[in-house]
Design a binder for this molecule. Sequence first.
Ligand SMILES: C[S@@+](CC[C@H](N)C(=O)[O-])C[C@H]1O[C@@H](n2cnc3c(N)ncnc32)[C@H](O)[C@@H]1O
Length: 402
Amino acid sequence: EDTLEEEPVMYIGLDSHGLVNTAPRYPVDTLLDLCTGSGVQALVASRYASQVTGIDVNPRALRFARFNAQFNNISNVTFIQGNLYQPLGKQRFDIIIANPPFVASPEQALRFRDGGDNGEIVLAEIITRAAAHLNANGRLHIVTDLVDVADYQRKLQHWWQGEPTDSLVLQTADRDAMLFAVPHVHQAFGQRFHDYNTELANWLDNLQQMPQPVAINFGYILIHCHTDKTRPSSYYTRTIHNPSQPIDTQVGDYFRQRQLINAPETQPLQLTINPHIRFRVDSDTCGITTDITLFSPTSAYYTHYQIDDTVFQTLQAIATRNISIVSSADIAKQPILLDLLHKGVLSLHKTSSFATSDTSIINLQASQPTSISGDCKSAPSPSAIQEQATATTPTCLSSYCR
Ligand SMILES: C[S@@+](CC[C@H](N)C(=O)[O-])C[C@H]1O[C@@H](n2cnc3c(N)ncnc32)[C@H](O)[C@@H]1O
């Protein structure tokens, strides 16, 4: 039975689509979908996990989720009502996936949206208690607003209560307080101007009460436990376009590359350029190169990167196989090479032997700026790889549900 007075069930939003497109799809036995809502994440996961459990506090959401499972003829998903991990006892899973209420909000009008004043009440609890519900080598995949994205390494260290992990935070573009608040305050019908202004002021005040001025980003937190006691936890953050097409393979590759970077020095590794990547070289009227840009016309996993000439030459050498076989020790000495690997521009693959002619890598130091007289501009900036922000961040339509 369904009545209009009950709280709304979350629509399939850009965050729902984004998590479906971003979370790596490893074939596993068990998967937990926290905050399941309509069940969208659980139902997609039922294709790669043998047994899926979906949990939500909202009983109406569970009716929608069960209907959606039946409608799609999916029988390996169980939906349970409850507060996060509470109905599970000590049960553990191979993957936990979550799209929690994550909006930093001065109100609790919508349970699927409002995540407390700083947006992190449910998020923090999910991460803090995750390790107790994950199997060895377990994985946690979350979509969320990122309140003060620069602080997430510290936040994750504080929240996470388990074994070492590799953590990847994917961010889109920052929204300032106004850009963030307006879509949440706007109502589709019957809103008086005075009420709109009062509500907007509440939302802006809420953000101003935070310890320091924040920009609110949107993105994904991906945490993979690892059992290699010889290496510590790692953290990396990078910019993507919010994906409307799958990027789960590239995200999965990031974690595989993390392991290869730590391969024994005796393991020969082949270095290749990701086939999605293209170069664009811009010159001024004097024929002097002004910008070299790396980009992908097809994959939302990449933004644009400005690179300097040294990096460009090295990438060309890799593309033409003049440099291809390396060891993990070579990589460790080269922060720029590491950054290109973490950004997915380069990939490592295990190979059988070192070929002596292949083993040297150009020393990838950032080059000095070249000053050029006359009207022509100077050569590309000395900073080796500049990641450019994406143009947009998904906007919430939740105010239409009120
Ligand atoms: C942003 S929606 C996500 C819905 C769906 N997973 C998706 O990706 O579209 C958040 C969901 O979390 C549920 N929720 C909020 N607080 C919760 C809690 N403490 N425990 C379980 N579910 C919760 C809400 O009822 C809502 O369905």
